[in-house]
Design a protein around this ligand. Sequence first.
Ligand SMILES: NC(=O)C1=CN([C@@H]2O[C@H](COP(=O)(O)OP(=O)(O)OC[C@H]3O[C@@H](n4cnc5c(N)ncnc54)[C@H](O)[C@@H]3O)[C@@H](O)[C@H]2O)C=CC1
Ligand SMILES: O=C([O-])CC(=O)C(=O)O
Length: 348
Amino acid sequence: MSTPSSTPHPSASVTESTRAAHPPVTVTVTGAGGQIGYALLFRIAAGDMLGASTPVRLRLLEVPQGLASAEGAALELQDGAFPLLESLEVTDSPERAFDVTNIALLVGSRPRTAGMERADLLAANGGIFGPQGAALNAHAADDVRVLVVGNPANTNALIAQQNAPDIPADRFTALTRLDHNRALAQLAAKLEVPVSSVRDVTIWGNHSTTQYPDVFHALAEERPVRDLVDEAWLAEEFIPRVAGRGAEIIDARGSSSAASAASAAIDHVRDWVHGTRNGWTSVALPSTGAYGVPEGIVSSFPVHSIDGRWVVVEGLDVNAFSRRRIDLSVDELLEERAAVAARGLLPS
Ligand SMILES: NC(=O)C1=CN([C@@H]2O[C@H](COP(=O)(O)OP(=O)(O)OC[C@H]3O[C@@H](n4cnc5c(N)ncnc54)[C@H](O)[C@@H]3O)[C@@H](O)[C@H]2O)C=CC1
Ligand SMILES: O=C([O-])CC(=O)C(=O)O
């Protein structure tokens, strides 16, 4: 049973002419009562995701036991008096939450704890994304864009996409921007350069420990990174550090990354809507066969955002060091797909 509560926010500062140029965008956040939700909602309301001129209608979806926490976040959002926040609604009904939604951030799901791999969450979380994909298919706006954050994110995105046959497949993405940002930050620290001067790293494959952070095309202060680091550092320090960062955060904090994950989700959607800047980014999206990655999985690629669509960067040379690692991560995604198919989570 749905328990919606709606709080209109008539905003004096969003003028009629602003509204005409920038119609309101409906954004649904699932798992809104959780820790990523708490970090994400205020950034969206402040305009960090869609820009300072775009009013937002927020829909917060939770399961019944999470509603109180989401309601609490909603009270605080109201107290923020955000000029762009046009309306705010908390519900436990996916149908209501996804009704004419333009942007769906699928965060709601269980996080892992110390000692778990993200794939261990397939059993706990896989069942969430089929029904949500079907609800999106039935209720979302024609232009809906979907970002899956809940782990294991790539395969959950695949489940949602496969259960939404009427939505173009390329509207379903999974978050590898956090890994991308981690790779930029690690390179900047190693090379002692500003993080803003590092670009064109790529996360390939799965958001898991098999992911491959590739620096062979990256630039730092316009110099090729491959000339500045050696393969031993890449193989023994950089790649394990980036791929293992989620576990490092869990060990340090006692719970999984939240603010950095929320920030990466903001970056992902902002670039999707407004275009990439400062080189390419990394996004997990349904493979169309680029770089030998088979169709039928959601895998991370180097992409530009052009006119509101992700476009895979073409023609990159993939050396043997990279090929081996991409293939390993792709094999893991194929195994995850087989596991969820065996559980009946993919329509036949
Ligand atoms: N892709 C990425 O880079 C990252 C992914 N994650 C993943 O994000 C997910 C959420 O993490 P946290 O916010 O820290 O967890 P959390 O446990 O703090 O919050 C999750 C919320 O989701 C809600 N929820 C569960 N099932 C739901 C459903 N069917 N519909 C709506 N809401 C539902 C829960 O009630 C809870 O409030 C986890 O799976 C975590 O592993 C976390 C960090 C980075
Ligand atoms: O590691 C986890 O479980 C949370 C996550 O996905 C990350 O921080 O990259």
